[in-house]
Design a protein around this ligand. Structure first.
Ligand code: GDP
Length: 331
């Protein structure tokens, strides 16, 4: 794609603010680019969009591959666009850094929803680290909100650290599970269940209803054992089928009640503020780290110092101190 937008930043911003999905897509491509010039342009666009962002509910959706996340989001997203809402679907898929054909990018995703004029669907950015991918997604949320999207989904594959990254950028975290199987069988870590603001037993259809009800009971019991959430909200478990569209409205009612509840008790804004501080410190850390390793003096000294540490000629702490002082021009 031609990314020569240098003179066109105001036009891109203007397009985004008018809800133009093509310009929004181009600006996101700048965010995703690794070229410093594109990064700089992306930052200018983000800065201009920031005052117009924030007016949305950000929903994280997680669960193991095959649990039905895409189908569920398509179903809930379609329900919302029919109600007149504007829906954006983003994804965090750390595997996209390894293979270009990522789990989330591979399939023709959400065909029905993606053809709707009020929906915007973007696959996971590629990146060197999960942190990098997560940061790009967070920046993309800002642009989507500035473009008027007020229901933002962030989908993640429930197989590791990416849930924590998504949790750090959403207002409501939804976990999809299958009828019957226990935690271990579903590959879900205990901590992830604890993080959820809502649990959906997906694929709860006629032939699996008994198993689904059993799963609901056992997860409800498990959730009771966790300490009360900081939000004061108690996590509910809902039976649904993304494929058949059953339970979708109930899930939406749960999310809407959560929004009302946490806005009333001010937790909604508190969580967003905490997330903003987290991203501030994360961005500083990654910025410092990358300029440290790009620094010419560090590049020249690192290999030798590392060798000395490995040969036990220097302690790693003293060596790190030395390199930091070198970086900070204290020698
Ligand atoms: P993801 O990997 O979690 O995004 O899962 P997908 O949405 O791609 O669905 C994985 C498979 O499960 C596909 O074959 C879907 O057709 C099927 N599937 C998704 N949702 C449901 C559901 O609610 N009920 C049933 N029976 N199958 C479903």
């Amino acid at each position: 794609m031609n990314l020569n937008f240098k003179t066109n930043i105001p036009a891109l911003v203007d397009g985004i603010l008018k809800g133009d999905r093509v310009r929004l897509g181009r600006a996101i491509t700048l965010i995703e680019s690794t070229k410093p010039a594109h990064q700089e342009m992306a930052q200018q666009i983000i800065e201009k969009c920031l005052p117009h962002s924030g007016n949305s509910i950000r929903l994280g959706v997680t669960g193991t591959p095959g649990v039905g996340k895409s189908t569920f989001i398509e179903s809930l997203g379609s329900f919302l666009v029919e109600k007149g809402e504007k829906v954006a679907v983003l994804a965090i898929d750390p595997s996209s850094q390894v293979s270009r054909g990522s789990i989330l990018g591979d399939k023709t995703r959400m065909e029905k929803l993606s053809n709707h004029p009020s929906a915007f669907i973007r696959p996971s950015p590629a990146g060197e680290t999960l942190g990098g991918v997560a940061r790009k997604t967070r920046e993309t949320i800002i642009l989507c909100e500035a473009a008027g999207f007020n229901k933002i989904f962030v989908e993640t594959v429930g197989v590791g650290q990416s849930e924590i990254a998504v949790h750090s950028m959403v207002d409501f975290f939804l976990l999809l599970l299958l009828p019957g199987a226990g935690d271990e069988l579903q590959g879900i870590k205990r901590g992830i269940v604890e993080m959820a603001d809502g649990v959906v037993i997906n694929k709860s259809e006629e032939e699996r209803m008994e198993l689904a009800k059993k799963a609901k009971r056992s997860y409800k019991n498990a959730l009771h054992l966790f300490p009360l959430k900081k939000s004061g909200w108690s996590t509910d478990v809902i039976l649904a089928s993304g494929l058949h569209g059953t339970g979708i409205e109930t899930v939406w009612e749960m999310i809407a009640s959560y929004e009302t509840f946490t806005k009333e008790n001010h937790y909604f804004i508190k969580r967003r503020n905490e997330q903003a501080s987290y991203w501030l410190s994360e961005t500083i850390k990654t910025g410092l780290e990358s300029s440290f390793f790009k620094n010419e003096k560090i590049k020249a000294a690192l290999e030798k110092v590392e060798k000395e540490v490995l040969e036990s000629k220097r302690s790693p702490f003293e060596a790190a101190e030395y390199l930091l002082k070198l970086f900070l021009n204290r020698y």
